[in-house]
Unconditional design. Structure first.
Length: 408
């Protein structure tokens, strides 16, 4: 980690049934919340109403308690080193997206208790036990990033177009029957677009979905920039029915190359002159253009704290189209965006437009590059790219976080 560290002692017993209890000393990064035009969002929200008696989650409450390395798992000459970071956890295993060019996902069993401490090279390695390659191809070539086990029988996979010019309108939500090993016809959910909402999923708490979203408990949850046209100028979320996977309710939607008011905000630590659709910052406020979100966000709800979290990659310094790098920049960093579910409830009622919610933004100092995340009811699992090395490649690891009480 690159930041000062606050040390705590945590005893962990995980919900999936595959963890062994640990007592360990761990670290949490120093957080610097980005202050938007309305002042410090954390202070603003702390003074406001709390949905369901819950308080908005803050970055300083995330404490890493351990993790696993992900096996390289080579298929067709390609490995997990170039996974897009899609992740889901269910009943003692993970589903992870495989290499970006394979359009496939793999299952990894949690057969060992997680490693602890800061030496990732000492963590145990998750081994793959299943591999599912998609038969569907979207226009421009698919990049599989989102994976979600809907139930014991159904696996969901979603892929954005690798170069959408113009944006594709074909069905993109893919379903795989784990028992028959057959693909079902893909769907095109109402209220969702492939370049905005494909690439990630989240589970929406049932109590919140029933109270605010008409019972829709599955989030199509991604956003960010993808090559071509039609990307999102912020994170994206549409809630759909768990059974039908249709009749979507848009909750976060920042339109492609929208006006300033229609773009999510960011720190103003960039120079947009080399990128035609990027906007100049105003004071401390910057605006999204080519920020990336890979693997989806996660809806965290502990019963006491909650928040919708996304891990975002952002460029710093000069943004230049000629670079053709991620975020079109030489210098990049990961940031954590946390949205208040109370704002999403206001979008559902029409009090706010889907481009109006503003996140609390914090620099993220975990090793590697943060991609997708998932929540199992007790812990947040974050896919961290390029954290350990074997031969010439750097491979991912899964970092596990517990939510601790906020400091008084």
């Amino acid at each position: 980690m690159n930041s000062p560290r606050a040390f705590v002692v945590i005893c962990l017993v995980a919900a999936s049934g595959a963890f062994i209890a640990h007592c360990t000393t761990n670290v949490t990064p120093e957080a610097r919340a980005f202050e938007g035009p309305n002042g410090n969002p954390a202070a603003r929200d702390a003074a406001g109403p709390k949905a369901g008696g819950r308080t908005l989650l803050t970055a300083t409450q995330l404490v890493r308690v351990g993790g696993w390395r992900v096996d390289p798992y080579v298929r067709n000459g390609k490995s997990m080193a170039y996974s897009e970071g899609g992740i889901d956890v269910r009943n003692g295993h993970f589903w992870l997206s495989h290499h970006a060019h394979l359009d496939a996902v793999a299952r990894f069993e949690i057969s060992q208790s997680m490693g602890v401490g800061n030496d990732i090279n000492a963590w145990p390695v998750l081994k793959a036990t299943d591999y599912v390659a998609s038969k569907w191809r979207v226009q421009g070539g698919a990049v599989t990033m989102g994976v979600h086990q809907l139930d014991a029988q159904t696996l969901l996979v979603s892929a954005r177009s690798d170069y959408a010019t113009p944006p594709t309108s074909e069905p993109w939500l893919q379903r795989f029957d784990l028992r028959s090993r057959q693909w079902l016809a893909p769907l095109k959910p109402k209220g969702a677009q492939i370049q905005h909402h494909a690439g990630g999923f989240c589970r929406i708490p049932k109590w919140f979905a029933e109270e605010h979203f008409g019972g829709r408990t599955l989030g199509l949850c991604a956003g960010g920039y993808e090559s071509g046209q039609g990307s999102s100028m912020g994170p994206a979320l549409t809630a759909v029915d768990h059974e039908t996977l249709t009749d979507g309710l848009p909750l976060l939607f920042y339109p492609w190359v929208g006006e300033k008011a229609q773009r999510e905000q960011r720190p103003a630590d960039y120079d947009p002159k080399g990128l035609g659709w990027a906007l100049e910052p105003e004071g401390k406020i910057g605006y999204w253009s080519v920020e990336t979100q890979q693997g989806g966000g996660a809806w965290v709800d502990t019963g006491k704290y909650h928040g919708l979290v996304y891990f975002i990659r952002q460029g710093r310094g000069r943004l230049d189209y000629k670079l053709q790098t991620e975020c079109f920049s030489k210098d990049r960093l990961s940031r954590l965006y946390i949205y208040d579910p109370a704002d999403l409830a206001k979008v559902a009622t029409g009090e706010l437009e889907p481009f109006e919610p503003r996140a609390i933004v914090t620099d993220w100092h975990e090793p590697g590059v943060a991609r997708g995340a998932t929540w199992d009811g007790k812990h947040l699992f974050v896919f961290q790219e390029a954290t350990w090395k074997r031969n010439i490649e750097r491979y991912p690891s899964i970092h596990v976080f517990e939510i601790v009480d906020a400091a008084e």
